[in-house]
Structure formats: C-alpha cells, structure tokens
Write a protein that binds this ligand. Structure first.
Ligand code: ADP
Ligand code: MG
Length: 337
C-alpha cells in the first residue's frame, strides 16, 4: 500500500515538467533530426477554488502544458501530482477516477465539437463513457440540467453545432467538460475564437460556475486582458519556461521580468493611476525556435537589459523582493517596496 499524501497537498502541481518532441526537418538540403523543447522544466501549483492564469505568445508551450496536466501525453521528464499523487503511477481504476477530476475546455468550438452529433449527445457522451457515475435512466435529466447550468436552452438539445453561435458552442463545450463533476477545468484559450462582446459573457459564466461549484481553473490565454479579469495568480511563459509568476496584482502592477513588462506594455491599462507610466515596449522579431533555444536566459536575444551573464547562465525563478512573486531574471526590474 502506498502512503497517503498529507491532506493539505495542493490540488494540482507540476514539478520540472518537460516535453521534448522529436522532429525531422530539412536543413541546408540535408535531412536533420531536431528536438523541439516545447516545455523545459515547468513548476506550477494550483490552489483550491482559485484560477491560475497562464500567458505567453503563441508557440511558448501552453497547450503542451495543458495536455500534460490532463495526462493526455506523458512528459519527457517531471511529474504531475493531483492532491500529492503522481498521475502516471496510479493504478488504472484510480487513474480513470482522477482523470474525471480534470477536464479540458478547448479553444475552438468550431472544430472541437463533432458536427454530426446533437448538442444533447455531445454533452451526454462523457456520462455514457463513465457509465457508473449516473444511471442510464437519469442521464437525459442530467444532460438537460447541464445545458441549463451553462445558459443553453434545453429546447435546443436536438440541434447540431452549426446551428449554434460561437458563444453557444463554447457553452456546449463547457457543459460537456462539467458532465463528470470535475474539480479542475483546464481552459485552453477558451474565448480566443470569440468576438470581444461574447468573450465577456463566457468569462462571466466561468466565474459563476467557479463560485457555484468551487471549481479551480488553469486558464490559458495569449490575451493578458482576459487573464487579468479572472486569474488569482499568473504565470508568464516564454519558450517553454515560466519566467515570472505570482499573484495577479503584483505581476500586472509591478512586473519584475522584462518580458512581462514588454507584454503588458502592449495592453491598454484600465487603471488611470498607472497610465503613462512607461511607454510601449516593442520587442524585436519573433520568439526564437524552441528547436534551438538561446543559451542562458532564453529571452536574452530580445532583451534590452541583456548582459554577458544572460547568455551564459540560465536564471532560476527567484523572489526579487519580499512578496508573492518570482521572476527568472538576472536583472529584474527594480520594484518599489
Ligand atoms: P502554444 O499553445 O503556447 O501556442 P504549443 O504547446 O502548441 O504552444 O507548442 C509549443 C511548441 O511545441 C511549438 O513550437 C510547437 O510547434 C511544438 N509542438 C507542439 N506539439 C508538437 C508535436 N506533437 N510535435 C512536434 N512539435 C510540437
Ligand atoms: Mg495553444
């Protein structure tokens, strides 16, 4: 028998999570095998009934991280713990039960919903797969209840995805994710495909559901404004690593990592007190390829503060000042105390 983890173990944790993909490519006309370092040693911690926002440019590894947290793929190295227990070491039945606890809401309701199925079938399918959870005779009522929970008209249960609007489709995806009564939703760009006016409605729905059911979210977005609205804590990713993390107000209000500062400088600031503080920082070029990440600090090739040390030595996440935030930078922004 394995020892029981302490009761206060965090709901979800990642330690040194790493994912390398082998990719073949042509270089100078010759076939060459490369390693894409999609994720390169990520530590995370999700607290109960809270939201961890994960931000970073396209290609920095956000969706890879989501797949690893859901145990849809195995990491190259590192571990995912749910309440202190390693998902990959659980016996099958226990893994199946734990998997119900963590569900995925995907970005694009246009491609993630099967067009041949009705809304009712889509929402109900997880119940038909995990048959022991809800008896068959109760599933139609439970399906209607799920549709109502996310603000869908159960009278539309027999419609197909294309007969719904984008926002309604995302609601179908959320109802389906909730079918197994999970405790954690990993939402991978849940509103990126929606019009701005619809985004707010879906965000508000997620907030309401969190309050009602005590859900915890990992909310992935490249849009910092979206994360600001919902996250309690924020992690900023760059090329497969977390470069800064901490509570939302600290990270947004006093970013310590130059990359966080650059990202934030491109977002209109709703707080009039901080408006005009520091101008827009435009980064040169695109992020480097994760197949050939720069040495040392992977941001040093685009950083205006870069010195020799930055190319030579990888900075570890550290706390630059007392407070609830960490940054991986040799020369963090000076933060007023
Ligand atoms: P994000 O979601 O932040 O846009 P991804 O996690 O999708 O980033 O991708 C991170 C990096 O890993 C990208 O360079 C991507 O091309 C690469 N990648 C993702 N999945 C695979 C895969 N199955 N095979 C090879 N490379 C992959
Ligand atoms: Mg993605």
């Amino acid at each position: 028998m394995s020892a029981q983890p302490p009761a206060e173990a965090p709901l979800l944790e990642a330690h040194g999570l790493t994912k390398h993909y082998r990719a073949g490519g042509l270089l100078g006309g010759r076939q060459r095998r490369t390693t894409v370092k999609a994720l390169d040693g990520v530590d995370l911690r999700l607290r109960r009934a809270s939201t961890l926002g994960l931000v970073g440019e396209s290609g920095c590894g956000k969706s890879t991280l989501a797949r690893l947290l859901l145990a849809l793929e195995a990491p190259t190295a590192g571990t995912v713990l749910v309440e202190g227990r390693n998902l990959l070491e659980l016996p099958r039945a226990e893994l199946r039960r734990r998997r119900r606890d963590i569900q995925l809401v995907m970005q694009d309701p246009y491609t993630s919903l099967d067009p041949r199925m009705t809304a009712e079938e889509i929402v109900r399918e997880p119940l038909d797969i995990h048959r022991d959870l809800v008896p068959k005779r109760d599933r139609p009522a439970r399906t209607r209840e799920l549709m109502e929970m996310v603000g869908l008209d159960p009278g539309h249960a027999h419609r197909h995805p294309h007969q719904f609007s984008g926002g309604q489709r995302q609601r179908i995806g959320i109802a389906r994710a909730l079918a197994l009564r999970p405790r954690i939703l990993v939402c991978d760009e849940p509103v990126s495909a929606l019009d701005v006016s619809i985004q707010a409605q879906v965000i508000n729905l997620l907030k309401d559901l969190q309050r009602e059911f005590g859900l915890s979210y990992v909310l992935i977005a490249h849009d910092l404004a979206v994360v600001r609205q919902v996250a309690d804590e924020v992690a900023v990713m760059y090329l497969g690593r977390i470069v800064e993390q901490g509570d939302r107000d600290t990270v947004y209000g006093q970013p310590a990592h130059p990359y966080t500062r650059a990202l934030l400088s491109a977002v209109p600031d709703p707080d009039p007190r901080s408006r005009g503080r520091g101008g827009r920082i435009v980064l040169d070029g695109d992020p480097p390829s994760p197949a050939e990440p720069p040495s040392g600090c992977s941001f040093h090739t685009r950083c205006w503060k870069s010195q020799d040390l930055c190319a030579g030595q990888r900075p570890l996440l550290a706390t630059p000042e007392p407070g609830r935030r960490q940054a991986a930078c040799h020369f963090p922004e000076s933060v007023p105390s």
